[in-house]
Design a binder for this molecule. Structure first.
Ligand SMILES: Nc1ncnc2c1ncn2[C@@H]1O[C@H](COP(=O)(O)OP(=O)(O)OP(=O)(O)O)[C@@H](O)[C@H]1O
Length: 212
């Protein structure tokens, strides 16, 4: 279970959110909605340890996750809006790279893990391609495989369906549902109401639930 208590974030004098409380159950799919600039991306960056908070507490399965910038774990995997794939690496190497460099797996072990994840996500026939040869929905699935390769306890997505057509959006929804069945906790920032309705167990609305 993820427990966020009393979390406050400021950039200089600008308070982004104040005393934010949010609990997410294991295996839950939570959509995070709210107007542009309200702090949704900032929240998931804090969860992933990529951004600091000014005060408050985050616990994941009773472990405290520091919010002061001192963390370097991969407990929360992020999937960025623009995918952030490495253009010069194949699909397989995009997924295998971090397990080799961060988790210190051998190249062959990491590639095996990557192949399995890509197979689960229906991307077996694309492993040798490069990002520019993929559709938006396929890039999204590589980004998901890459995050999963680090064995996160939570996956957090930033606008996973932006720029995708309805068919690709449905494919991403299927991936989210499959991961849910496997018990993965997922937090999804989205403006896409159609997608949110397809996948969410619950919606967290920044506009009504967060003080500024
Ligand atoms: N590094 C930074 N320094 C200063 N201000 C920042 C920084 N990063 C974000 N902000 C500000 O924090 C606020 C929240 O940004 P954030 O990206 O979290 O919003 P968001 O809700 O995800 O918006 P969107 O839906 O447009 O992605 C914005 O006003 C933004 O300008």
């Amino acid at each position: 279970m993820l427990e966020i208590k009393n979390l406050t974030k400021k950039y200089a004098d600008n308070t982004i959110f104040k005393s934010l409380d949010l609990t997410v159950q294991d295996g839950e799919v939570l959509s995070i909605v709210g107007p542009s600039g309200i702090g949704k991306t900032t929240l998931i960056k804090i969860l992933a340890g990529l951004e600091t908070a000014d005060s408050g507490e985050i616990k994941l399965n009773h472990d405290v996750l520091a919010v002061d910038g001192s963390r370097s774990d991969a407990k929360v995997g992020l999937i960025f809006q623009d995918f952030n794939l490495f253009p010069n690496y194949s699909v397989l190497d995009n997924v295998a790279l971090a397990p080799i460099s961060v988790m210190k797996l051998s190249k062959s072990e990491a590639r095996q893990v990557a192949k399995q994840l890509l197979e689960t996500l229906g991307m077996s026939d694309k492993v040798a391609l490069y990002p520019f040869q993929l559709s938006g929905g396929q890039k999204q699935r590589v980004a998901i495989a890459r995050a999963l390769a680090m064995q996160p306890q939570i996956l957090a997505y930033d606008e996973p369906t932006s720029g995708l057509d309805e068919a690709s959006t449905r494919q991403v929804a299927e991936v989210v549902k499959t991961l849910k069945q496997q018990g993965v906790t997922q937090m999804i920032i989205t403006h896409d109401q159609f997608f949110a309705e397809l996948v969410s167990d619950r919606v967290f609305d920044f506009a009504t639930e967060v003080k500024r």
